[in-house]
Design a protein around this ligand. Structure first.
Ligand code: HEM
Length: 389
């Protein structure tokens, strides 16, 4: 383990609300060792921004890592040329051009259809009834798994995320994760020949067109599902909740003094859907008087970096007109989120304007409760709302 100062956490308290501990960790030093997580944490924004790019020290290649063991070796767990060649292969499925010309229209259709279903009811849970199906339908198109039901997409994504964060080694979580990856493999089998016969912009098809191996194709589709369902789901429902609990901020959009994209970017800074990404220390390294040993596990803490008081004034406050250009909710290095353009279009150009545009006098259900959970992945469990139907 590193020689960083030790910082003890209460895992349940940290999962319920990680921010007080993260603030104390930033004050303790650039690096802290957290025995309960078996890792050294990098919590300050500029350190993460600078060091994530030093892939010869902070490596994504983790052959013994949970994600590789459970989901196969995907592009996010590779460095340098091995990584960049696969990133190049998938880019036609997630590029700004493809998002604008191919996926945007289907995002809009799905949002309208889902709102047609819930609007007459006058109440809903924004996570279960709007954000989850909308994110899943988007991911079905982008991955090419149009033969999968949206609820199954959500189940297998959650199962893999739980598996990748299963540092305590719970066997049920591991078994469930294997069941989820097997389901994805069956759905890929069901689309394989069609995708070869009729090329399109999906991840399955562009990887086939690029000549990637079957194991690479399957691993990268599982990666997109693990990282592309919960995050937009949590950002859609979370940003809506943030605006409904900050009516003055919402009013700025109504008055044309701010836009939905600012609301989303500020939410993603304030409550980052992905709070952490792991790295393997490839070589012994000194950083600010701390020795990091080869093979140590290090966590890049995006959720902490985005509340770094040396970069963001009053960071614990949701303020949509603040400058979020220094936020790193989509990462800060070669693994910068490949789904960032699709997410921005889905969340800020479609999901939020349609939701607030279609549901009259949308407000939180006074009888409901909104609970957030998670430190590696963070979002609302439910957001009960009502409106004038
Ligand atoms: C609000 C939504 C999202 C957030 C906040 C988010 C965040 C992130 C972050 C922080 C990383 C970098 C991890 C690292 O540096 O290790 C990442 C990588 C990635 N994300 Fe996203 N993501 C989102 C949505 C999506 C979606 C919708 C997709 C799929 C269509 C996606 C696919 C990917 C892929 C493939 C990578 C790996 C890129 C690489 O290794 O080069 N993400 N994401």
């Amino acid at each position: 383990m590193s020689t960083a100062p030790i910082y003890e956490i209460d895992p349940a308290k940290f999962t319920a609300d990680p921010y007080p501990d993260l603030k104390a960790m930033r004050a303790t030093g650039p690096l802290v060792q957290v025995p309960q997580l078996g890792a050294t944490l990098m919590t300050r924004r500029n350190d993460v921004f600078t060091n994530e790019k030093k892939i010869d020290i902070f490596s994504s290649w983790q052959p013994q890592g949970l994600m590789t063991m459970l989901m196969g070796e995907n592009m996010m767990r590779k460095d340098a040329e091995a990584h960049m060649s696969e990133r190049k292969a998938i880019f036609p499925a997630v590029s700004p051009k493809t998002v604008k010309e191919v996926w945007r229209a289907s995002f809009e259709e799905n949002a309208e259809r889902i709102l047609d279903e819930i609007e007459p009811k006058g109440e809903a849970d924004l996570v279960r009834d709007y954000a989850m199906p909308l994110s899943a339908e988007a991911l079905k198109s982008i991955t090419g798994l149009t033969n999968m039901h949206f609820a199954e997409m959500n189940r297998v994504s959650q199962g893999m995320i739980d598996g990748c964060a299963n540092y305590i080694g719970n066997p049920q979580i591991e078994t469930n994760c294997h069941d989820c990856t097997a389901s994805i493999d069956r759905h890929i089998d069901g689309r394989w020949d069609e995708a070869q016969a009729e090329p399109d912009h999906s991840l399955l098809s562009v990887q086939l067109q690029a000549g990637l191996s079957e194991s690479q194709i399957r691993a990268n589709i599982k990666l997109a599902i693990s990282g592309g369902q919960n995050e937009p789901r949590d950002a859609i429902a979370g940003t809506a909740w943030a605006l409904l609990t900050h009516p003055d901020e919402l009013a700025l959009i109504g008055k044309g003094e701010a836009v939905w994209m600012q609301a989303f970017e500020e939410y993603a800074r304030w409550i980052s859907p992905i709070g952490m990404s792991p790295r393997r220390i490839a070589v012994d390294h000194e950083m600010d008087g701390v020795t990091l040993n080869a093979e140590d596990r290090l966590f890049l803490m995006f959720g902490s970096a985005n509340r770094d008081e040396t970069v963001f004034d009053d960071p614990d406050t949701f303020r949509i007109t603040r400058d979020t250009s220094q936020a790193i909710a989509f990462g800060a290095g070669p693994h910068f989120c490949a789904g960032a353009w699709a997410s921005r279009a889905l969340i800020a150009e479609v999901a939020l304007p349609k939701l607030f545009g279609r549901l009259t006098n949308l407000r939180l259900n006074p009888d409901g409760e909104v609970k957030f959970t998670g430190w590696a992945f963070r979002g609302p469990l439910s957001v009960p709302v009502v409106w004038d139907a």
